[in-house]
Design a protein around this ligand. Structure first.
Ligand code: IMP
Ligand code: MG
Length: 178
């Protein structure tokens, strides 16, 4: 698997350090607000697990599953909710946790979907941000790293469901994408 990687963009140490910083910042800003973190499956599961252990205030954790991608590298724009929340979020402070904000179509849809349930607030925390590719009017409140306009894998991010278990983030050799 490691042999498929052409270049490492973010090492394990860089990811760990940045995730701890985000955890400290969110913990300070949400103290006494009992936030609910909503992880967007599957891509966010590794980030979510590390981020939650860097949060040291009372909070709830839930997950949703949406699919906007087939096995390719381009968005279709269509978003389908395949697993909904198990919590009531009315009056709650919600933080959506995503792996990567690319076109923004997924999060734009998800945010409107959650707003209907009348939470007290909604913020977005994404590990990776690719602002150059934005199509929907959405920005993240907490960003791990801005990343280059390349299709990246690892630390939860997949290509055709593979490579989520890589402990770092990198780009595949071109022949793998073909
Ligand atoms: P958006 O709706 O275009 O913002 O797409 C967001 C989703 O597309 C992410 O949650 C990922 O699942 C997937 N995605 C976008 N860019 C990448 C990438 O570079 N690598 C892996 N998955 C990606
Ligand atoms: Mg995703």
């Amino acid at each position: 698997m490691q042999a498929d990687i052409e270049r490492v963009f973010f090492t394990e140490d860089q990811l760990a350090e940045r995730v701890r910083e985000l955890g400290r910042q969110i913990s300070a800003e949400y103290k006494d607000r009992n936030p609910i973190f909503i992880g967007v499956l599957k891509g966010s599961f590794v980030f979510m697990a590390d981020l939650m252990r860097a949060i040291d205030i009372y909070c709830d954790i839930d997950f949703m599953s949406v699919s906007s991608y087939g096995s390719g590298t381009k968005t279709t724009g269509a978003v389908k909710i395949t697993k909904d929340l198990s919590h009531d979020i009315e009056g709650r402070h919600v933080i959506i946790v995503e792996d990567i904000l690319d076109s923004g179509l997924t999060l734009n849809y998800l945010r409107s979907y959650l707003e209907v349930r009348q939470p007290a607030s909604i913020k977005i925390c994404t590990l990776m941000d690719k602002p150059a590719r934005r199509q929907a009017p959405i920005h993240a409140d907490y960003v791990g790293f801005e990343c280059p306009d390349a299709f990246i894998v690892g630390y939860g991010l997949d290509f055709a469901e593979r490579y989520r278990n890589l402990p770092y983030i990198g780009v595949l050799k071109p022949e793998i994408y073909q």
